[in-house]
Write a protein that binds this ligand. Structure first.
Ligand code: PEP
Length: 256
């Protein structure tokens, strides 16, 4: 089953609307018309309107970095799936390790968000990954396995075309340390195995599993050449149009 690469940029809590507009203009001009590799940018909430208006005429997709599971109500500081949809957001990062670490998100709360996202026809970019301590204790697959199983409870097979999984070893995020190609592939293969236990082999073979954690132009080609790595979730390197588009170029040549 062939899976189109997805390269998604997580801008985190960076860039004002004006700065976001400038960055997306550059991305649009460098890669906005190609469709061989899917590209998505995930600005902070405050930049979604301007970036939405800029990607409207290009092939670049728009993602958010979080959402609340409830459709509306007394949840100060939160936004709903429907609010994101109204800005033509198509993807939403859920369960990022920074949300788990700093905002108390759990597998159960992330599961509620994943289900709310697909009910609104949003594509969850569902993040999983172990800490350094967990890896050193030999618990990587236990942790990642529980994150997948608990985060995808009640996920309907009928919505699997929306699902994107992102494996991001916590120790590699923003640290400059990348998993080796072999380490990343090993976990991706195991994650696909767990997905096939849940959803069946054929369905699992079409789910995209992105790698994230200090991916940059220098290491992207090697990671993307691995058979179970279907793209990247890029933090730091997505804040420069040159490095982000160089990673897209690496995906284009790997796919070719
Ligand atoms: C991320 O935050 O999803 C990420 C992968 O960050 P970085 O590329 O900076 O490690």
């Amino acid at each position: 089953m062939s899976r189109k690469f997805l390269i998604a940029g997580n801008w985190k809590m960076n860039l004002t609307p004006d700065e976001s507009a400038a960055l997306v203009d550059e991305i649009n001009s460098l890669t906005g018309s190609q469709t061989s590799v899917q590209v998505c940018v995930c600005p902070p909430f405050t930049s979604l309107p301007v970036v939405s208006s800029k990607v409207e005429q290009s092939e670049v997709h728009l993602g958010a970095q979080n959402m609340h599971a409830e459709p509306s109500g007394a949840f100060t500081g939160e936004v709903s799936a429907e609010m994101l949809r109204s800005l033509y957001v198509s993807h939403v990062i859920l369960g990022h390790s920074e949300r788990r670490q700093y905002f108390g998100e759990t597998n159960a709360s992330i599961n509620s968000k994943v289900i709310a996202a697909i009910n609104a026809n949003l594509r969850p970019v569902f993040c999983i990954g172990e800490t350094l301590e967990e890896r050193e204790a030999g618990k990587t697959m236990d942790v990642v396995g529980a994150q997948v199983r608990e985060g995808l409870v009640n996920y309907p097979s009928s919505a699997l075309d929306l699902l994107v999984v992102a494996y991001e070893p916590v120790w590699a995020i923003g640290t400059g340390k990348t998993a080796t190609n072999e380490m990343a592939q090993e976990v991706h293969r195991e994650v696909r195995k767990i997905l096939s236990e849940i959803f069946g082999e054929s369905a699992a073979s079409s789910i995209r599993i992105l790698y994230g954690g200090s991916m940059k132009p220098e290491n992207a080609a090697g990671l993307l050449a691995q058979p179970d790595i279907d793209g990247g979730l890029i933090g730091g390197a997505s804040l420069s149009s040159k490095s982000f588009c160089d990673i897209i170029e690496a995906a284009l040549s790997t796919q070719a």
